[in-house]
Design a protein around this ligand. Structure first.
Ligand code: GLN
Length: 494
């Protein structure tokens, strides 16, 4: 692999600014690799839903000038297909660009590819895409996680220097963990949702999928902040700084009692994941942190509440796909109602239909209080638990996912097994707080009930979460751990 592809986004930006790297050369290196993956069809990883035929002129100036950027399919990008992984939006080219993308472009980044995802971001494996599953570069028989699986696999495989994703209940952190890269879900409201094709608006948040923590900080820094086009966006309390901590002195890390076991029907943690997680905590202690138990009594109920709230919001958000305004329209309909029905039947995949039915049921009169109203109360309790815990500790640590990357097809017929992948990530989403996943080791063959993977093991993610707007502290802690753990993120570059 050529040396330019080994550079992180921050290193590439510096080299371009210093004149030692040609932006055009870097862009073409990534564009041609991405195009080859796309052309390879089933022989590739299927990371992309669109790749630029020609690279646009790299921006002449700006802090990210000349750094290529891959973006999850669900971000609207003017004149470029934006399909949210769905047949119903196949070929749809919006007339405008999402704020997160346009801010990165204004800072100099160049959009070169759109990445594959679960349809409307519903899923944990990228198998729900209308454009076929993405494969995990660590082991092509396995999923990359989801729903931002195309972004995660592209970064892990060295097909993109970094990528933009979204996280509603774990869709940045869980695929980052399963692909051995860094994924950050910022505080709800830090990044504008304008131009993101909505799944569950009170939870959706854009964030970076990157090779290292510095790149995550760099990307967030250039897209965060208030946007008049999104009334839920918030001004940053402080600028996102590039992390530089070496030690974790004075940092109190809480490990939630309730998120360590299969409490309340939750997810059993695989032995390899538990070992890597415990080793990462020991490392944090060596760096000076104090690790202690904390309690999040309602966290075990977060997943159930999420699977009422997210489908409820989705059923409302997806009502707009009626064949009149966007994408697909069923032919030969008898009348308007028939056209709506057939378009939605043909255009939505099975998981999306399931969520719409769940959501409309939960919101229906007579059941609203029993389901939606109750789930909202649980959401408040979950948020209150975090607030109480952050009186005692600075950050909270959990494994990002209960297991390593699972086999393609292993969970497709069992939605609940699939949903459990987000057991540790959903509570933070309900509370709206920031959380990062960093790779903390490899689960060895045999530790996770599965055959040896080609790269000697499968990556495990460590999740760190902090109070709202604590991104700088979170990034610093993640950076110190990253430096100490020394995980090789380029190990499975293709
Ligand atoms: N896997 C979860 C779901 O299917 C989370 C998805 C997401 O964060 N977009 O809802």
């Amino acid at each position: 692999m050529s040396d330019v592809l080994r550079l992180s986004a921050a290193q590439a930006a510096d080299a371009i600014a210093a004149g030692s790297l040609s932006a055009a050369e870097l862009a073409e290196a990534y564009r041609s690799r991405a195009a080859a993956d796309r052309a390879a069809g089933e022989d590739g990883l299927n990371c992309f839903t669109w790749v630029a035929e020609e690279m646009p002129e790299p921006a002449p100036a700006g802090p990210l000038a000349g750094v290529p950027l891959a973006v999850k399919d669900l971000f609207c990008t003017a004149g470029v297909p934006s399909q949210s992984g769905s047949r119903i939006l196949e070929g749809y080219e919006p007339p405008y660009t999402a704020t997160a993308v346009s801010r990165l472009r204004d800072a100099g980044a160049t959009l070169f590819a759109k990445t594959n995802q679960d349809e409307f971001a519903m899923g944990s494996s990228t198998e729900n895409s209308a454009f076929g599953p993405t494969l995990n570069p660590w082991d092509r028989a396995r999923v990359p996680g989801g729903s931002s699986g195309g972004s995660a696999a592209a970064v892990a495989a060295g097909l993109a220097p970094w990528a933009l994703g979204t996280d509603t209940g774990g869709s940045i952190r869980q695929p980052a963990a399963l692909c051995g890269i860094v994924g950050l879900k910022p505080t709800y409201g830090s990044v504008s949702r304008y131009g993101m094709i909505a799944f569950a608006s009170s939870l959706d948040q854009a964030g970076p999928l990157t090779r290292d923590v510095t790149d995550a900080a760099l990307m967030l820094r250039h897209m965060a902040g208030r946007d008049i086009c999104d009334a839920t966006s918030l001004p940053q309390r402080e600028e996102i700084a590039l992390p530089n901590a070496e030690r974790l002195e004075d940092l109190r890390i809480g490990v939630p009692t309730e998120l360590q076991s299969s409490a309340a029907g939750g997810a059993a943690i695989e032995p390899g994941v538990r070992r890597c997680f415990e080793q990462a905590l020991e490392r944090a202690e060596e760096l000076g942190a104090r690790v202690q138990e904390v309690s999040l009594p309602h966290a075990p109920h977060a997943l159930s509440a999420y699977y009422v709230l997210a489908p409820s919001e989705a059923s409302s958000n997806l009502a707009r796909f009626d064949g009149v305004r966007y994408g697909l329209r069923a032919e030969d309909a008898e009348d308007l109602l028939d056209m709506y029905t057939r378009t939605r039947h043909d255009g939505f995949g099975a998981e999306v239909r399931r969520r719409i039915m769940l959501g409309t049921y939960a919101l229906s009169s007579g059941y609203y209080e029993a389901y939606y109203g109750r789930a909202q109360k649980v959401r408040t309790k979950v948020a209150q638990d975090f607030a109480a815990a952050f009186e005692e500790v600075d950050l909270i640590a959990t494994p990002t996912a209960p297991g390593v990357a699972f086999a393609l097809g292993e969970k497709t017929s069992d939605p609940w097994a699939m949903y459990l992948s987000d057991y540790f990530t959903v509570p933070m989403s309900l509370a709206g707080i920031p959380a990062i996943s960093i790779p903390c080791g490899l689960s060895a063959a045999g530790e996770d009930r599965s055959p040896p993977a080609p790269h000697g093991g499968l990556p495990v993610g460590l999740q760190l979460a902090g109070p709202a707007f604590s991104e700088n502290r979170l990034l610093d802690a993640a950076y110190a751990l990253e430096c100490s753990l020394g995980f090789d993120v380029t190990a499975c570059h293709v």
